[in-house]
Design a protein around this ligand. Structure first.
Ligand SMILES: Nc1ncnc2c1ncn2[C@@H]1O[C@H](COP(=O)(O)OP(=O)(O)OP(=O)(O)O)[C@@H](O)[C@H]1O
Ligand SMILES: [Mg+2]
Length: 275
């Protein structure tokens, strides 16, 4: 059976008023269920791309399809139902007085049956490990907890695509690890029903994705699987990207593992082979 595309962007051109071109004949297709990492320099247009996809900005030319429907004024409600967005700064995305209210707000907007609402709120807060915080004011939470609530609010709306625009950038290592672990759990649970688009500067994070694309000068500078990308030191350096620690370490070994590995896998591989 042919795979459906979650997103199909074709020859998109975009510039802010009087500004330089941000996207130039930009094309990108994302199959349903893919975990895509989008990387690139500050100002390369990653956040602009997210905003275009949600119809918050309008392209000068080109076409975007979300599950085969061309993005337009008429399809915008459909498109926004399919795509959930989590930003970098958790403080800009709360509207409710409590954590539970905040999740409820999005559901009310979607006119969900009030009888079913509480169950959904309970379920998504449990999914992100924030059940005990339901009655807390969002501004009393830590950054990582806020990001988990932001993710819960998005999950409550059951989008088929979640865009995380540097959603872990402000978190400490533990907070970041918790969010990444949650994403892996969600991906394992929803499989092809969840397409993840993760904008990031962090290569350890990009290593979790199925595919990494790099934006440069309004186009794709590369389109690779993480393992293959991390072999290309020069390309990474040009884009100002650091190779993940495990990849750098593996490369420095006299005998190298064949696959991209995380820390635990690399440790297991090293001890199993007793090198
Ligand atoms: N509202 C705006 N008006 C004019 N120019 C803008 C506007 N928003 C962004 N830009 C410019 O467009 C370019 C792309 O910005 P964008 O925020 O998409 O980059 P980015 O890849 O997300 O960068 P970062 O990694 O820093 O988040 C930048 O040069 C930025 O200054
Ligand atoms: Mg950005």
């Amino acid at each position: 059976m042919a795979m459906k595309n979650a997103l199909a962007i074709h020859n998109l051109n975009f510039a802010y008023e009087d500004g330089p071109a941000i996207l130039r004949d930009f094309s990108l297709t994302v199959p349903e269920g893919q975990w895509l990492a989008v990387v690139g320099h500050n100002g390369s247009g990653k956040s602009t791309l997210s905003k275009l996809l949600l119809g918050l900005l309008a392209a000068q030319s080109g076409e975007m399809k979300v599950f085969d429907r061309v993005l337009s004024e008429e399809t915008l409600p459909f498109v926004r139902q399919q795509i959930g967005l989590v930003f970098q700064n958790p403080d800009n995305q709360f509207v409710g007085a409590t954590v539970a209210d905040d999740v409820a707000f999005g559901l009310e907007n979607k006119q969900v049956d009030p009888g079913a609402m509480q169950a959904t709120i309970d379920q998504v807060l449990a999914q992100v490990g924030m059940t005990d915080y339901a009655d807390r004011q969002p501004d009393t939470l830590s950054g990582g907890q806020k990001q988990r609530v932001a993710l819960a609010s998005v999950l409550a709306l059951q989008p088929k695509v979640i865009i995380l625009d540097e959603a872990t950038a402000m978190l400490d290592p533990a907070g970041k690890a918790a969010v990444l672990q949650l994403l892996q759990k969600l991906k394992a649970r929803y499989q092809k029903d969840l397409t993840l688009i993760m904008v990031t500067h962090d290569m350890e994070e990009a290593a979790l994705a199925d595919r990494v694309v790099g934006l440069e000068n309004g186009q794709l500078a590369f389109d690779e699987q993480p393992g293959a990308l991390f072999q290309q030191g020069e390309l990474l350096a040009r884009l100002g990207l650091a190779r993940p620690f495990t990849s750098a370490l593996a490369n420095a070994l006299p005998v190298q593992p064949t696959a991209q590995m995380n820390e635990q896998e690399l440790l297991a591989w090293l001890s199993a082979s007793k090198r």
